[in-house]
Design a protein around this ligand. Structure first.
Ligand code: FE2
Length: 362
């Protein structure tokens, strides 16, 4: 059932935001991204302005509508600032689109060629859950900075904070929708179920959730999906669904090769992380075994650790990056471990619930 069509890597994530100019500054100043390309009125793009933000192999595109009747404006009205498009780099966008639509995917953008003096870019898109699009991008015949209509930005490259790749992208679905979308990723996209967690594995005093991690054949694309389970109070997934007004992308994990250095820089820049109680670190070495990083330094920075059969991982979670409690980021360093930090789920969810309570939503 696997790999009806090859996927090279994440190409980019496109965010729809109310003010892309200010959002670009946020990702530059706080997260160390560099604005590498732009489209807007000055480049002849009359309806949308977009900023391409890059760091390592990560690419975010921040797009804002220039009038209230643009479809993006409607999406922002409903969801607030959010990630609207998961773009996958493929060797052949036409083939990818044909394969998945033949297996039931609903087309959103039929195979299209965009062209400028830098060459041809092929792309197409299908609908996923909620308003999310999955886009296939084939840039093998394109040598420009991002895409036709975009102009390179003549600014010095930000040194960055060491972020390297998109490790995984997690979505929240409404109660009862998970099986349908697991089936979509398996049968339509050719992904496999890598691992699943039921509500017994992921529950706290107040809320529970179920999670399944779908992965493509090469393992490059990991898309965990969550569904709320009935808890005593509003689960964090339900809080997301209430404020996002439906299913959508909950968090993006960005990898680093030097967790301590990256997190120190993010702290210094003003990124707000979820608060981890000091008791988490009390018996950490007994739970985790030997690791290279000094535990007191991890405790100072609030970095979590987990171990599986293949090694360990370091991870930390930001607070939501909008006023609505929706999208947040994870920073992750894999030291062999290929899992998702199951050992931290309980402390993580308790930390999220403390924030939920502060928001009056628990
Ligand atoms: Fe994650």
């Amino acid at each position: 059932m696997s790999d009806f069509f090859p996927i090279l890597c994440f190409d980019h994530l496109e965010f729809y935001v109310g003010n892309a100019k200010q959002a670009a500054s946020f990702y530059e100043t706080l997260f160390g991204f560099t604005n590498t390309a732009y489209r807007g009125l000055a480049t002849g793009s009359r309806k949308v302005a977009s900023y391409v933000m890059e760091q390592g192999a990560i690419r975010f595109v921040l797009s804002t509508p220039l009038s209230p009747d643009h479809p993006i404006a409607h999406r922002i009205l409903k969801h607030g600032d959010h990630i609207a498009v998961i773009a996958l780099a493929v060797p052949d966008a036409v083939q990818a689109y044909k394969q998945v639509t033949a297996r039931g995917a609903i087309g959103a953008i039929p195979p299209t060629i965009a062209e400028d003096e830098s060459g041809l870019m092929h792309y197409a898109a299908i609908h996923a859950f909620g308003d999310v699009l999955i886009k296939f991008v084939d840039r093998h015949a394109y040598e420009g900075v991002f895409a036709p209509e975009f102009r390179p930005q003549p600014i010095a490259r930000n040194g960055g904070v060491g972020l390297q790749t998109i490790d995984h992208v997690v979505s929240n679905l409404e109660l009862g929708a998970m099986e349908r979308w697991v089936k979509f990723f398996a049968e339509t996209m050719g992904f496999q179920l890598l691992v699943q967690f039921d509500d017994k594995a992921i529950s706290t005093e107040y809320s529970a959730l179920m999670s399944k991690v779908m992965q493509n054949g090469s393992g490059m694309i990991k898309l965990p999906i969550n569904e709320p389970a009935i808890g005593k109070r509003t689960s964090q997934i339900q809080e997301y669904l209430d404020y996002h007004q439906g299913p959508g992308i909950q968090h993006v994990a960005l990898s680093t090769k030097n967790m301590i250095e990256t997190v120190m820089q993010l702290h210094e820049a003003g990124v707000n992380f979820l608060h981890v109680p000091m008791t988490y670190y009390d018996d950490l070495d007994a739970r985790i075994g030997k690791i290279d990083e000094p535990i007191d330094q991890l405790a100072d920075l609030g970095i979590l650790v987990d171990r599986d059969q293949e090694g360990y991982l370091l991870q930390i979670f930001t607070q939501p990056v909008e006023d609505r409690p929706t999208l947040f980021f994870e920073i992750i360093e894999r030291r062999g471990a290929q899992s998702f930090g199951e050992g931290n789920f309980k402390s993580l969810f308790e930390a999220i619930e403390r924030e939920q309570a502060l928001r009056g939503n628990l």
